[in-house]
Design a protein around this ligand. Structure first.
Ligand SMILES: NC(=O)C1=CN([C@@H]2O[C@H](COP(=O)(O)OP(=O)(O)OC[C@H]3O[C@@H](n4cnc5c(N)ncnc54)[C@H](OP(=O)(O)O)[C@@H]3O)[C@@H](O)[C@H]2O)C=CC1
Ligand SMILES: O=C(O)C1=N[C@H](C(=O)O)C[C@H](O)C1
Length: 232
């Protein structure tokens, strides 16, 4: 498969190595806006850039009929517009706030736990995410996905950073050294605490998941998530 890497920073470089090890050809390594020319007839684009540029990057790829796997976080207010562009161009699109297998299993575990805990008003819920100091967005995309999974299965109505009112789920975002990504869900009562936690040791799991998603998407039509790729 011919892969265009749109964004060539910490993630792009690891995806490059994993893709080549799996027999793919990297036809573009972009640190600037993609164009019909510099995308080089790629079969798929893997987009890991930054929140400011992601929308334009994805739009350009889709308008050039190149399927997109997007891992960039912090631009989600524009996702409905991108999904419309994908469908209009009959070109598949997949956004994943986190491509690692472990986190996608953690999402499923979190949704089931939320369903069960919702029956017990003794417990309140909070989320915490810890990332490296270079991260541009807060809360993390993964924390937002976790919050959405809880909200769908509980009486919470919305999530909010830190200070919360009733029916708001609090997310605490911490920036520390070079932490690749740690997410915890806490249920606390007067007498005890339940914590589920995912700790990424490095970025390899995110990168492998994005390559697996790009292998999966090439012959599909529509808008997808990692749940579709993993059959969860
Ligand atoms: N979904 C997931 O599983 C994961 C998501 N992420 C997310 O992915 C994104 C990227 O993370 P990371 O690789 O660590 O970030 P980096 O800052 O290391 O890399 C970003 C890259 O984008 C490049 N860039 C800047 N402007 C453009 C543009 N207009 N078009 C294309 N590329 C551009 C930068 O180039 P230059 O250096 O020259 O500015 C840099 O190479 C973040 O949003 C992060 O939150 C991260 C890990 C996992
Ligand atoms: O910026 C990062 O590094 C990461 N971003 C993603 C997010 O916002 O959830 C995924 C992972 O936690 C690393």
């Amino acid at each position: 498969m011919k892969i265009a890497l749109v964004g060539y920073g910490k993630m792009g470089r690891i995806i490059d190595e994993i893709s080549q090890n799996r027999g793919h050809e990297i036809v573009a390594r972009l640190r600037e806006t993609p164009t019909a020319e510099n995308l080089n007839n790629a079969d798929v684009a893997i987009e890991f850039s930054n929140p400011e540029v992601a929308f334009e990057n994805i739009k350009t790829c889709l308008e050039n009929k190149i399927p997109v796997i997007c891992g960039t976080t912090g631009w989600l207010d524009k996702k409905p517009e991108i999904e419309k562009i994908a469908l209009e161009n009959n070109t598949p699109f997949l956004y994943g706030s986190n491509f690692s297998l472990g986190v996608n299993l953690f999402f499923a575990l979190n949704e089931n736990l939320a369903k069960m805990m919702n029956k017990f008003s003794e417990y309140n819920c909070q989320l915490e995410e810890i990332h490296h100091i270079h991260k541009l967005d807060a809360p993390s995309g993964t924390a937002i996905s976790l919050a959405e999974g809880i909200i769908q299965n509980s009486n919470f109505e919305a999530w909010k950073l830190e200070e919360t009112k009733e029916k708001e789920l609090g997310i605490f975002a911490i920036r520390e050294n070079e932490v690749p990504g740690t997410h915890s869900v806490f249920y606390r009562s007067e007498v005890d605490e339940i914590e589920i936690k995912h700790t990424a040791y490095n970025r390899n799991g995110f990168a492998l998941g994005a390559v697996i998603a790009s292998e999966w998407i090439v012959d599909k039509k529509g808008v997808f998530t990692m749940k579709d790729v993993l059959g969860l």
